[in-house]
Design a protein around this ligand. Structure first.
Ligand code: GLU
Length: 478
């Protein structure tokens, strides 16, 4: 049997990392098993749909490197892949259940149901549907219809216990009395979540349902529906919640950033996939930097943990830095172009490559390169940070810069080694060395007291700019 997994987001906003992790796990597991991965948009809760979020979800997943064999944008034989386009299928399945006696029409009105619920609560009884319409006679039904009542359809919950088998949580047994006959099709003709999911997962031949533990409470209802439809339930895998670093829920309200925000900032996509996947399991090798190929090879549902995990933004940042350091500089230069302002990132490939090499060890997200660009392409007139100005105003700074200026003016080859050697020689003549020599030089040319290798800054700036900036710095120096 071909393994088939799915990610089934509701288009109600941007993906947060908790959701993205579900997509990643399903995607990895499908590939690990040589199976297929489906993207399905669960948009039947019309009031909660947010225009644009389907496109946003698709774009973010693609930027992450996640792709699918079937989905609303790529089609597939089990489509359509938007629940809103599957109405006839839900009706077909509901009819099947009605015909087989596993479902019935319910004419109860919301106010009646509400009153019964309150009465049940007041009695200390379970507030579940009391089965009022379960055994209506054809005449009673006709009467309701004549009165203009459009019925909902409820599932007839069998009296037996419901057994849910979950890969992480083992066997969980539910008491049928907990449920009451639940609605599968509302009177407006739309399916409820539990019904739509089962119809879709059956129709799409999903073999593994990997989703958040928040859905575990729904699973027994879904299992009952599978039995009624005479279909073997899929393998369920309910993964724990991802919490924010302080242990609260991962939500926008708690400052959790969306997947798109991380991507926009330039976190390496493979680092995000790596991080999200390792929130749930670990490699037996103990390695933490696991590119997608290794994740695909090693992912093992049996290694998924059961307890909630806290998001660790520092670790994600560290991983992103690791991936950036492992890139070849050509690829990095290309990536930087997507994240840097075209006004300040050069056009020429050789210059881009130099920049990429100069900052590769220093950034943890592609966008982080922006802060170094003014050091390579200093403004005219030059500006300095307060710390840099303080260095320039230290003793001997002016004299040192004058000596360096002179040495660089007449230097033959403009390359990092020659430049640094010339600065050293000029310092020796002026009687300064080490930090006393290089700090004022760095402050002068880069405008900052920290940054990439000085040799890289000099090379990328070029001689004319360096000399101009040193000249301008001397005017500020003591
Ligand atoms: N649409 C549901 C959600 O966004 C997913 C349902 C499922 O995976 O079964 O949470």
């Amino acid at each position: 049997m071909t393994v088939k997994t799915r990610f089934a987001p509701s288009p109600t906003g941007e993906l947060h990392l908790g959701n993205a992790r579900i997509a990643v796990l399903n995607w990895l597991y499908a590939q690990h098993s040589g199976g297929r991965f489906v993207l399905r948009i669960e948009d039947t809760d019309v009031d909660r749909n947010l225009p644009g979020s389907e496109d946003e979800i698709i774009e973010s997943l693609r930027r992450l490197g996640v792709d699918w064999e079937e989905g609303p944008d790529v089609g597939g034989e089990a489509g359509p892949y938007r629940q809103s386009e599957r109405a006839s299928l839900y009706r077909e399945y509901a009819d099947k259940l009605l015909k087989g006696g596993a479902a019935f029409h319910c004419y109860c009105q919301p106010d009646e149901l509400e009153a019964k619920k309150e009465a049940a609560i007041a009695r200390g009884a379970r507030a579940v549907y009391d089965g009022a319409c379960r055994h209506l006679t054809p005449d009673q039904e006709a009467g309701h219809r004549e009165a203009g009542i459009v019925p909902a359809i409820r599932f007839t919950v069998p009296a037996e216990q419901v057994v849910v088998n979950d890969v992480i949580r083992g066997t969980i047994v539910f008491d049928p009395e907990e449920f009451g006959d639940f609605v599968i099709m509302k009177s407006d003709g739309l399916p409820t979540y539990n019904f739509a999911v089962v119809v879709d997962d059956c129709g799409m031949a999903i073999t593994h349902v990997i989703r958040g533990v928040g859905h575990l409470a729904n699973t027994p209802r879904q299992v009952m529906l599978y039995h009624a439809l005479d279909v073997e339930p899929p393998t369920f895998v309910h993964v724990p919640h991802v919490l924010s670093p302080d242990g609260s829920g991962l939500s926008k309200r708690h400052g959790a950033r969306s997947l798109r925000e991380y991507l926009d900032e330039g976190y390496h996509p493979d680092a995000l996939v790596n991080y999200l996947s390792l929130l749930s399991w670990s490699s037996p090798s103990g390695d933490e930097v696991l590119p997608p190929e290794r994740l695909i090879e090693e992912i093992d549902l049996a290694r998924l943990g059961a307890s909630d995990v806290r998001m660790d933004p520092d670790k994600l940042e560290w991983l992103s830095g690791e991936y950036i350091r492992r890139m070849n500089p050509e690829a990095l230069a290309e990536r930087l172009a997507e994240h840097l302002d075209p006004e300040s990132y050069p056009d020429r490939d050789d210059q881009r490559l130099r920049i990429a090499r100069a900052i590769q060890e220093r950034i943890t997200a592609f966008g982080g390169a922006a802060r170094f660009l003014p050091q390579f392409y200093p403004p005219d007139p030059m500006s300095w940070t307060p710390e840099a100005l303080e260095v320039l105003q230290g003793p001997d700074a002016s004299r040192t810069l004058a000596a360096v200026h002179k040495a660089l003016e007449s230097l033959g080859d403009w390359n990092a080694d020659e430049i640094i050697a010339a600065i050293r020689a000029a310092g020796a003549e002026a009687g300064v060395k080490g930090k006393k020599l290089f700090m004022p030089v760095r402050a002068a040319v880069s405008g900052s007291t920290q940054g990439p290798e000085l040799g890289d800054i000099f090379e990328i700036q070029g001689r004319d700019t360096c000399l101009r900036v040193i000249e301008q710095a001397r005017a500020k120096a003591n």
